[in-house]
Design a protein around this ligand. Structure first.
Ligand SMILES: [Zn+2]
Length: 384
């Protein structure tokens, strides 16, 4: 099959006008050609690009769509999630996550970095529709977190024992966030596999740094309110990121998620200490929870690799990577689609270590091809 469009983005940049994609029946890119009149080419109006990568999602929270008030700030939001997430039947959860998953597929997502506190989403991995990297989250702000670590290990083992499917399914244990994971638990996660892909909710609220700098503020209040004794915690006088990176082996590739209050020095420190660093933006969730956005122009200047996530339906109305790009474009119109589409495809694939099969329109890969018209509407047409 031969395809072309008004413009083609190969995941990294625009291809020259008149490029024709040769696609096999199973979706593998066979070759790229220059158009000649003798070719039997299917031609589309709009942009053809590779399938989207949702680098940060929580499919297991899909049943919480529309349940939590907007603009509360992160700390009240987290308290609401903790209280409400289990107030649902198994059947409600299954129905909601299956609908959310179909919605994600219909929006052209071909791979997901999915956060898991339970093994609920094994059913979605076994559906064998898209590639998964499941980030099994450990949570425990304690000096002796062995129970919390063992609990996360048990979930990790369930994912590792899942029946083999054709799509790639991988998993690693990761820390939830700097205010919910103690140094001791960071160390246990680190030692489990010093090369494992790490994802961490990073600097999503201002109070996180306040706690690390001074041991004061809303995070302190939250820990107290949920009965956690933080006597063992000594504030480092540095930002959270600059503190917890000392507790992780530099061999880890790390995806920093949100970065709403991340500064230039934090980025420089991370990119100096670690070889593989990705900065995942979830703008619609930031607007939902904190009613703010990260300093995206600063991130564009400083960050090596930006990628895109939707976060969960607890904090977003949609699991569409394209909708996230449209939000960014709306707030920062000078950002070019060439850059935005790279974040949503190639960079996401690299972040999830799937760039040998998806993320770009290169011969031998099977990235899934999408047709979009960002100037017209937010529909995503799946071409294969
Ligand atoms: Zn999240």
């Amino acid at each position: 099959m031969l395809l072309t469009a008004t413009r083609i983005h190969n995941g990294k940049h625009w291809l020259p006008e008149g490029t024709v994609i040769e696609l096999s029946a199973d979706g593998t890119i066979m070759a790229l050609h220059d158009y000649t009149p003798s070719m039997d080419v299917q031609s589309y109006n709009g942009i053809i690009c590779p399938g989207f990568v949702n680098t940060h999602c929580h499919l297991e929270l899909s049943h919480m769509k529309g349940q939590l008030p907007e603009h509360t700030g992160l700390v009240p939001f987290l308290r609401n999630v903790a209280v409400l997430r289990n107030n649902y039947t198994q059947e409600q959860k299954i129905t909601a996550r299956s609908a959310a998953f179909s919605h994600m597929l219909a929006n052209g997502i071909v791979a997901v970095g999915d956060i898991a506190n339970t093994a609920d989403t094994i059913d979605l991995r076994e559906a064998d529709k898209i590639h998964f990297h499941t980030f099994v989250e450990a949570i425990g702000f304690s000096e002796t977190p062995s129970l919390q670590f063992e609990q996360a290990q048990s979930v990790l083992q369930q994912f590792a024992g899942q029946k083999q499917v054709k799509k790639i399914t991988r998993q690693s244990m990761v820390p939830h966030a700097p205010y919910s994971v103690s140094r001791q638990l960071f160390s246990l996660i680190d030692k489990l596999d010093e090369n494992a892909l790490i994802s961490v909710h990073n600097q999503e609220c201002r109070a996180e740094d306040e706690y690390y700098l001074l041991k004061e503020g809303e995070i302190r209040d939250l820990l107290k309110a949920v009965g956690i004794n933080d006597d063992f915690f000594i504030p480092s006088g540095k930002s959270s990121l600059q503190t917890y990176l000392q507790w992780l082996s530099p061999a880890h590739p790390v995806i920093f998620v949100h970065n709403t209050f991340t500064g230039r020095v934090d980025i420089e420190v991370a990119q100096t200490l670690l070889e593989n660093v990705y900065w995942c933006l979830c703008p619609n969730a930031n607007l939902y929870i904190e009613n703010t956005l990260p300093d995206i122009p600063m991130l564009v200047e400083e960050c090596k690799n930006i990628c895109i996530g939707t976060d969960s339906l607890a904090s977003n109305n949609s699991l569409s990577v394209f909708a996230e790009l449209l939000t960014i474009k709306q707030h920062y119109p000078s950002l070019d689609w060439e850059v935005l589409l790279r974040w949503a495809t190639f960079n996401g694939a690299r972040a999830l270590q799937l760039d040998n099969i998806i993320g770009s329109i290169d011969p031998g890969k099977a990235p899934g091809l999408l047709l979009i018209n960002p100037e017209v509407d937010e529909r995503v047409t799946i071409l294969n």
